[in-house]
Write a protein that binds this ligand. Structure first.
Ligand SMILES: [Zn+2]
Length: 428
């Protein structure tokens, strides 16, 4: 009798586990659905509006772990089967819009931002749910809408001319590897060779850091070479405006070094039909700057005299692995991470729920918080105050990590574990 019960239990468990796994081919076709949204609002309000839908041949994202999130992010996209209520696909992201909401400007004016997501094309009608969450990890706004793959207004872009691209390093089929695309920004035709050389040195820089060093064969690297009219990118504080493929610009939110593009639809137009899961935009400028936003993009200056490769690797830590900055601004009075909430980023803590972070990686007896002692600054795991732009109330795992300063050659052990987890999420 006991054996019978045990067998029944095992059957139920394995059955429910199997039912929980979404089979890619049952629910999706081998093509990409692109959804453009407009996120708008002020420091206090948020609106999500659907802009337009399009599709293209081939799906180059993951085909397993479909209903799991890589990390929580500042927002989530969930595809639901309206017949059964089952979740078919999820993804998470952070946005420039939410960063802007914390600026002074957002107190005075309403602004709108483009946001584009690509998902595998469902075979049948689905509901898409977009959610944005606040710094307390509570849903602050959401939109639910139906998408029918038979909708005649979903523009098919499969036959369109592609931006020139090629594999620089191909370690296997895109279904098994993580496809990372380097995109040339602000490179006229005569400087494209320089861009390709930069791609090579960026790959070498990534591969010089663990865990990329050990797991580099899980990546494919692609060079995408849209030709810009001008060499250089726009620098408003110098009065320099350039005509470039992605219309990127310094002075984002009036911050001199913050180099981004707000033209997300343009970016995805450039990428139509090209295999990629993550991208690194290399900007042809000697001006120091960059930005990396989780599952959004990574944009970095590629001509600076110092630290250009270090910045590219650091920003990839943000955009690929959702790592937070481990530095603090002494003069920033804003609370980015409230004390009553544990941040979702794996490499910082408010100590609200530290056991969910790197408590298991601390040597026994290490005090919490830990006083910096200037020894073993990159490897001795503790809980050091000052991170996430705050000098108080947010803590980092080591004294010095690649997510804090440019002159440290490695990610700290906590960041390394977080990056490894993400690589495995996409490839296992
Ligand atoms: Zn770190």
């Amino acid at each position: 009798m006991r054996h019978y019960l045990l067998a029944a239990f095992l059957f139920l468990t394995s059955h429910s586990l199997q039912a929980a796994v979404v089979d890619f081919d049952t629910h999706f076709s081998d093509s990409t659905l692109r959804i453009d949204y407009i996120f708008s609002g002020t420091n206090r309000t948020q609106h999500i509006a659907l802009d337009q839908l399009s599709k293209s041949a081939g799906w180059f994202g993951r085909r397993h772990n479909l209903q799991r999130l890589p990390l929580e992010g500042n927002g989530q996209l969930t595809m639901v089967d309206p017949q059964t209520g089952d979740t078919l696909y999820r993804h998470s992201f952070s946005t420039l819009f939410q960063e802007w909401q914390e600026t002074e400007e957002a107190r005075h004016v309403e602004k709108a931002f483009e946001n584009t997501f690509i998902v595998p094309m469902p075979r049948r009608a689905v509901d898409m749910v977009v959610q944005l969450v606040d710094t307390h990890r509570r849903v602050s706004s959401s939109l639910r809408h139906r998408i029918d793959p038979a909708d005649i207004l979903i523009r098919d872009r499969s036959g369109e001319e592609q931006t020139p691209w090629h594999y620089i390093r191909k370690n296997g089929d895109s279904q098994e590897k993580i496809d990372v695309a380097f995109i040339a920004e602000g490179f006229a035709a005569d400087q494209m060779d320089y861009f390709l050389a930069l791609c090579d040195s960026s790959i070498a820089a990534l591969a010089a850091h663990e865990p990329f060093r050990s797991l580099i064969d899980r990546f494919n690297f692609i060079a995408v070479t849209p030709v810009s009219h001008d060499n250089g990118v726009t620098i408003p504080h110098k009065g320099l405006w350039y005509d470039t493929a992605l219309a990127s610009s310094f002075d984002t939110f009036y911050s001199n070094r913050y180099l981004t593009t707000l033209h997300i639809k343009k970016l995805y137009d450039v990428m139509t039909g090209i295999p990629f899961e993550h991208f690194i935009i290399l900007a042809n400028t000697p001006e120091y700057g960059g930005g990396g936003i989780f599952n959004f993009y990574n944009l970095a200056s590629a001509r600076t005299k110092h630290y250009k490769l270090e910045v590219i690797v650091h920003e990839f830590g943000h955009s690929f692995a959702g790592l937070a900055d481990e530095y603090a601004y002494g003069d920033d009075p804003e609370t980015h991470y409230p004390a009553d909430t544990e941040p979702w980023e794996p490499n910082i803590t408010t100590l609200h729920d530290f056991n969910s972070k790197w408590a298991d990686m601390m040597q026994q007896g290490t005090p919490v918080p830990t006083s910096p002692d200037g020894r073993d600054v990159t490897t001795k795991v503790g809980v050091y105050e000052g991170a996430g732009y705050q000098t108080k109330g947010v803590y980092r795992p080591v004294q010095e990590c690649r997510m804090k300063v440019n002159n440290v050659p490695e990610f700290c052990p906590v960041c390394q574990r977080a990056i490894t987890d993400i690589i495995k999420f996409y490839t296992e």
